[in-house]
Ligand binder design. Structure first.
Ligand SMILES: Cc1ncc(COP(=O)(O)O)c(CNCCCC(=O)O)c1O
Length: 472
């Protein structure tokens, strides 16, 4: 008797969602309908507090309905100017149409197979693009992951395997992630490290050439920091024990610190001299953000390994390690990877984002943003006396708030100024070891008129705070 074969079970009882019409792109204009946050966001915030771990902080407690370009539409109908880009991610603009189309097309074909199980050319295409675009004309290889911290973790694995050494040297004010090793590499204790020890072993810290806060003054920043790095490595660690030195070409979470001229080339040369892998962490500075495709280019640095993420995939989670082929191939098959590493949908998004960045010369747009913003912030600093330093490159710009007439960090001023911006519908972020730096990270596609409107708000906020602090 032939076995009866049960009819195929429906793949799902869920209705297959119809192709919802894409919402119209938002008009690139700030528009306030309610107080910020509005009543619907306040209501949703209560639900968030009842369902989500309190471990997640939030900069601006509004709930998003839609975002496009440099505008975020919240659930109360407010259109906010985005000077955060989701922390330097949506450089091509939120929901860039080409990225959305690439994501939809890839998702409809396959969302995931795991590149360690079967392969797909999107992964290889992204690797080829990164090998082509990153500094250096040497033979390269790329490994894709999901988060920035994963990329940094794997860059250290690769450096350790390639050198047979264990020690890792990082800098003051560094930020490299929230996993055990990258948290250890990160400098700031609160909120990133407090209570999460014991930390990873064999991580050592050297000074950053921080011009505004250099003990010997900005003119000595490079010389003093390099001398101290050499002393620490040669006398405390042993150069032949150091696998890697890791540096952000512009430090991000640590305060948008542009190293004094010559520092990074000096670090790279020191590393080369001692057979140490020089890793540039370009997760926040990469893909045109600072006015060059990669910030390492500003001082002609060619890293041995470079980590990237954030803007790489236009809003989808993707990260990478790209570097010298002999280093990248030092790790044996199966020794690096991850279930979602180089997810195909994220790879499709990355190819679209990279195409936009190159086609529209977004690095050039970043330079235009710098030319529009820096003069206004510098004038504001001269007029108000509460901005100790204005700095940055391209569309990675910042002002460091200090007590008037001093270099004493003023975190309260940064908080108050950011709050004023938020209330007026401009999303700004605070950062810095002393929490006293307001940073501007607009999408590189932001229109000059919209950016000018945001700057008007920032100037108003700074001036009002300066008056209040003078009267206090
Ligand atoms: C240079 C540099 N390296 C590594 C990372 C880590 O990237 P992940 O994708 O957040 O893991 C970052 C992430 N920066 C934003 C962190 C936000 C937060 O968690 O509070 C970075 O800037």
């Amino acid at each position: 008797m032939t076995d009866t074969i049960a009819p195929p079970v429906a793949q799902t009882s869920l209705p297959v969602p119809s192709a919802l019409p894409a919402p119209e792109p938002l008009v690139q204009r700030r528009l306030l309908q309610t107080q910020i946050p509005g009543p619907r966001s306040v209501e949703l915030q209560r639900r968030r507090e009842a369902e989500v771990s309190g471990g997640f902080g939030v900069t601006l407690p509004v709930f998003v309905e839609q975002a496009s370009g440099a505008i975020v539409l919240d659930v109360d109908g407010n259109q906010l100017i985005d000077l955060a880009s989701g922390i330097a991610v949506t450089s091509v603009g939120a929901s860039a149409p080409e990225v959305v189309a690439a994501v939809a097309e890839q998702a409809a074909r396959f969302t995931h197979t795991c590149f360690m199980v079967t392969e797909y050319d999107g992964f290889v295409d992204v690797a080829a693009a990164l090998n082509r675009l990153t500094p250096g004309d040497h033979e390269k290889r790329t490994a894709l992951f999901t988060t920035g911290a994963e990329a940094v973790e794997n860059a250290i694995k690769i450096a350790r395997t390639a050198t047979g050494r264990e020690a890792v040297v990082v800098l003051d004010h560094a930020y490299h992630g929230r996993t055990l090793l990258t948290m250890t590499m990160t400098a700031k204790h609160v909120p990133y490290k407090a209570g999460f020890g014991p930390y990873a072993p064999e991580v050592y810290r050297a000074p950053m050439a921080y011009p505004f806060r250099a003990p010997g003054g900005p003119e000595r920043a490079t010389e003093d920091a390099l001398a101290r790095l050499e002393e620490i490595v040669l006398t405390q660690i042993g150069a032949d024990r150091v696998a890697a030195i890791v540096a952000e070409p512009i430090q991000g979470e640590g305060g948008f610190i542009v190293p004094s001229p010559g520092f990074l080339p000096g670090v790279a040369e020191f590393a080369r001299r001692h057979g140490i892998v020089f890793i540039a962490d370009e997760i926040q500075t990469g893909f045109g953000r600072t006015g060059r495709m990669f910030a390492s280019e500003h001082e002609g640095i060619v890293p041995d390994l470079i980590t990237t993420a954030k803007a790489l995939a236009g809003g989808m989670p993707l990260s990478a390690v790209t570097g010298r082929a002999e280093l990248m191939n030092a790790v044996p098959p199966g020794s690096i990877g991850g279930t979602y590493a180089g997810n195909p949908v994220a790879c499709a998004a990355a190819l679209a984002a990279i195409e936009i960045i190159e086609r529209d010369d977004l690095a050039g747009r970043a330079r235009d943003i710098e030319h529009q913003v820096l003069p206004r912030l510098q004038a504001l600093a001269a007029q108000t006396g509460i901005i100790g330093d204005v700095r940055g490159r391209g569309a990675m710009l910042a002002m460091e708030l200090v007590k008037p007439g001093t270099t004493e960090p003023d975190a309260a001023a940064a908080k108050a100024i950011a709050a004023h911006c938020h209330a007026e519908g401009v999303i700004t972020l605070v950062c810095g070891t002393f929490s006293n730096v307001i940073r501007l990270l607009p999408p590189l596609v932001i229109e000059p008129e919209l950016l000018a409107d945001a700057l008007d708000v920032i100037e108003q906020a700074v001036r009002e705070h300066a008056v209040q602090s003078a009267e206090a």
